[in-house]
Design a protein around this ligand. Sequence first.
Ligand code: ZN
Ligand code: ZN
Length: 177
Amino acid sequence: MTVIPLLPIFHKLNRLFFDGSLVQESGPVVSVRWSDNRLKTTAGFYKRIKINGISRSEIVLSKPVLKDLSIVEIESTLCHEMIHAWIDRILNVKEIHGANFLMKMHQINSKQNNFQINIRHNFPVRRNQLKYEGKCSYCGEIYLYRKRLKNLACKKCCNLFFEGNWDQKCLIIFSNN
Ligand SMILES: [Zn+2]
Ligand SMILES: [Zn+2]
């Protein structure tokens, strides 16, 4: 199954909501791509990685979660992740869904009626398969899983706060249902 190209949407959203700031002279400050078929626990994520001392950033959208949804859901997910990129690379602030995120989210939501961004990364799809709710003990993000897993850390927090390494501080805690 083919998926739509993300780069044109990225450029459109960058122009509309980020004053073009996510593209600089050297090119976009963050790359965007579709995941492979395994990323099923979240609709998308933003991460910063260091390669040979050079920082680069990447937004990955989940192909299995988003491929059957409409362009509106793809746009809102991409835009959500672009806010993370904007906070990290343009504002240079370490936060997840904090004050800057909420401010930008409300600004974008009030500027148009096409889509609404929220602070969740999940869509109510494939809930039958993903029935276990796990919450990051560091940022509070909720992920859905097919089964309970032990010693799982929040990918988002590992990427943003612990240089991509597993850290006990952001363990995923499963609820008891
Ligand atoms: Zn987020
Ligand atoms: Zn987290």
